[in-house]
Design a protein around this ligand. Structure first.
Ligand code: EPZ
Length: 447
């Protein structure tokens, strides 16, 4: 036994931390083709489980979160075929209501399985969640809504366990328009008995895209005025074919990359409808853009103007655009203010940017035109950015997915060579990030 242990210890070599090496200074020029939205594709893979026939999804991005979701579904017995960006999900072989912890702690998606698993088995067992560390990220709103629909839910030993013979419709008013809770309740309501009304709900374009898939599968689902989803439960959902919407976060990321590196990037498939608020914000800063037939051309200016801005739920300025936007503001001449009202702890990433030369101060007050849920709670959720400041290269470690792209932006602008670690986090949400940046002229390589 001891001999065996010694042998194993000898064979084990330390896993080398992966890194991107980035040489800054090149203007990024050319075209980038957007992939499908992570925050629609991952939910739609789960929605497919509600059907009793195969569902075909096109434009599914090849990213870490999609791979993790597919592995989790395969662990439940679901048949999955991947052919390029097309994924066929066959839910007929789904054979267990117990989600494996080993296959599901990477992101927030598993909790969305509650409705589909209860509809199929009358019960669901779901491990506690992973995902980016940007605040405590409770799921109380999800669970309260499901309880209103008749699910009995208990928590313990790292699992949420739910059961219900038949979920029933309910009138549910969300305390906050949570994206995940809205999706969770939508997936439960489409096959519940009666008409469910969800008020103060989230209405992000990715949710609308998932509603479109559900409608193609046979659901009766309507978005009404005032953040209200009305969903008439149906007995069965069938197969469908659907194309995932382009990723508006990736679009904004590359738009800002053009502005910051003094380049010009045509972002193919970027949709003005889904970027309206973002485009207004960058126009105020002075970033030129032109909306074209199948995309948006982003350019640069010699100088940028400071602005004040607040993140918000859709149609407000997305919290996932905040990180590249803060990078942009480090290069605006004067003082800018950004008030983060969605996640209480989403500015931690700025510490490394300060080390690289940015002038960013964090505050716990609500520095903006409105007070948010985090008032008097001591969360550093407002920031003051004074620019413009040149950035110098550094060794930086990515703390979360969206901060990751802003670190790449910082490295692409900085003089000298930066080493960026924690790159798996970027790969959770951006397909072929090195290939795309290289094609635009960036000097970036995986170590
Ligand atoms: C989704 O997270 C996205 N993730 C996030 O993108 C995005 O930033 C966020 O929506 C907001 O747009 C996915 O779609 C997988 P929420 P989600 O529920 O659903 C509080 C990325 O990088 N809340 O709308 O988790 C919560 O703590 C990721 O792509 C409760 O209090 O977001 C937060 O403060 C990061 N109780 C706020 O609501 C609940 O039960 C918004 O969360 C649920 C949420």
């Amino acid at each position: 036994m001891l001999k065996q242990a010694v042998k194993t210890a000898k064979v084990r070599t330390p896993v080398k931390e992966r890194a991107f090496i980035v040489k800054g200074g090149n203007p990024l020029r050319g075209e980038v083709i957007l992939n499908g939205a992570k925050n629609a594709a991952t939910k739609q893979l789960v929605a497919a489980l509600l059907a009793d026939e195969p569902v075909v999804l096109h434009n599914v991005p090849k990213i870490g979160d999609v791979t993790a979701t597919i592995e989790m579904l395969e662990g439940l017995g679901v048949g999955i075929k991947v052919d390029g960006h097309t994924v066929t999900i066959d839910p007929r072989t789904l054979n267990t209501s117990q989600v494996s912890a080993a296959l599901s702690r990477k992101n927030r998606i598993p909790i969305l399985l509650m409705g589909p698993l209860i509809h199929r088995f009358g019960e669901a067992s779901i491990p506690s969640l992973g995902g980016c560390q940007i605040g405590p990220r409770p799921i109380d709103i999800h669970l309260e809504g499901l309880k209103q629909m008749g699910a009995e839910i208990s928590e313990g030993d790292g699992y949420y366990k739910a059961k219900s013979k038949k979920l029933k419709a309910a009138l549910i008013e969300l305390r906050f328009p949570s994206v995940g809770a809205t999706e969770n309740l939508m997936l439960a309501a489409v096959k519940a008995k009666g008409t469910t009304v969800i008020t103060n709900a989230a209405v992000e374009p990715e949710i609308l895209d998932t509603a479109k898939l559900l409608q193609s599968m046979g659901a009766i689902i309507n978005l009404e005025t005032n953040r209200t989803w009305v969903i008439e439960g149906v007995d069965r959902l069938g197969g469908a074919e659907h194309s995932v919407i382009p990723d508006r976060i990736e679009a904004a990321s590359f738009g800002i990359a053009a502005a910051l590196t003094k380049g010009e990037i045509f972002v193919r498939h970027a949709k003005q409808d889904d970027l309206l608020t973002f485009l207004n914000a960058i126009r105020r800063v002075g970033v030129p853009f032109k909306v074209e037939e199948d995309g948006i051309l982003f350019g640069h200016a010699d100088e940028y103007r400071p602005v004040t801005l607040e993140t918000d739920t859709h149609p407000g300025f997305m919290t996932d655009w905040q990180q590249p936007f803060v990078m942009l503001l480090t290069q605006a001449k004067g003082v800018s203010i950004v008030h983060e009202t969605i996640f209480e702890d989403r500015f931690g990433y700025t510490e490394s940017l300060v080390k690289m030369g940015a002038n960013i101060q964090l505050h716990s007050d609500c520095l903006g035109s409105k007070e948010c849920r985090f008032k008097h709670k001591n969360f550093l959720h407002s920031c003051i950015i004074s620019g413009s400041t040149p950035l110098k290269s550094a060794e930086i470690c990515i703390p979360d997915l969206r901060a990751g792209f802003s670190y790449l932006l910082a490295a692409l602008m900085a003089k000298g060579e930066s080493r960026v670690t924690g790159v798996e986090l970027i790969e959770r949400g951006y397909e072929d990030i090195i290939g795309k940046l290289k094609k635009l002229g960036a000097e970036i390589d995986a170590e």
